[in-house]
Design a protein around this ligand. Structure first.
Ligand SMILES: CC(C)(COP(=O)(O)OP(=O)(O)OC[C@H]1O[C@@H](n2cnc3c(N)ncnc32)[C@H](O)[C@@H]1OP(=O)(O)O)[C@@H](O)C(=O)NCCC(=O)NCCS
Length: 192
């Protein structure tokens, strides 16, 4: 399947609605800037490093989103300013591989409201429909947010190195877990 993932709406834990839509290549480039808006610790958590600048190759990678080998989604608030609250992406380990590596980031003010789990749920759904059955993540051992969220999704987690953990997620099972949480949206809210 090659089509761009449909936008879907879903409710966070406290009742507000978010829309999860596909990112395109231009979005991907702009998002490099958005990562710069993250506070130092979250950015370090996300990349397990203290990066402050993106190299050209990294920008090129972020912009190459085909929704087949590189799926990327953004969550935005459905009402008011339509602010972006988080991003999730997965990249196949090799073309046509059934395995992909994931990354997910929710901006600090929106954490613990369920956005991360929903982004990952929708990512798993889109990935499973494209034949990806296993999602992998490597993250810092000092990242309780990622570990907690992945445990909620029944990920298998083990120690990769002294500082890093490795997780494996069954994309089809997670997709089924979230199957009722998303509804299609006919029109996207205007971008902020
Ligand atoms: C990991 C991350 C995406 C989670 O996003 P989130 O929107 O806060 O996650 P959710 O609200 O969906 O959390 C789901 C569950 O995960 C667990 N969890 C989330 N954050 C947690 C934390 N800081 N400590 C312990 N458990 C946590 C909880 O069980 C939570 O459910 P609960 O709030 O009902 O108890 C977010 O913390 C983040 O962006 N971190 C920085 C980026 C990063 O490290 N990404 C991972 C590497 S790719």
């Amino acid at each position: 399947m090659r089509s761009t993932p449909e936008p879907v709406a879903t409710r966070l834990k406290h009742g507000s609605t978010i829309v999860i839509r596909a990112l395109d290549g231009i979005d991907g480039m702009r998002r490099a800037g958005a990562f710069g808006d993250l506070a130092e610790r979250p950015r370090a958590e996300r990349f397990d490093t203290a990066w402050t600048h993106f190299a050209e190759a990294e920008l090129d990678f972020l912009s190459r989103i085909d929704h087949v080998n590189h799926i990327a989604l953004v969550a935005i608030r459905a009402g008011g300013d339509c602010a972006e609250i988080g991003i999730a992406r997965c990249v196949r380990l090799a073309p046509r591989s059934v395995e992909a590596e994931i990354a997910v980031t929710v901006l600090s003010p929106y954490r613990r409201a369920g956005a991360g789990g929903r982004l990952l749920g929708r990512l798993a759904q889109v990935a499973a429909r494209r034949g990806i059955s296993r999602l992998h993540a490597v993250f810092s051992a000092d990242n309780p947010g990622m570990e907690g969220m992945l445990r909620r999704l029944n990920a298998r987690i083990d120690q990769a190195t002294a500082r890093q953990r490795r997780a494996e997620i069954d994309a089809v099972a997670v997709s089924e877990l979230w199957s009722r949480a998303f509804r299609p949206v006919a029109r996207l809210p205007a971008a902020s």
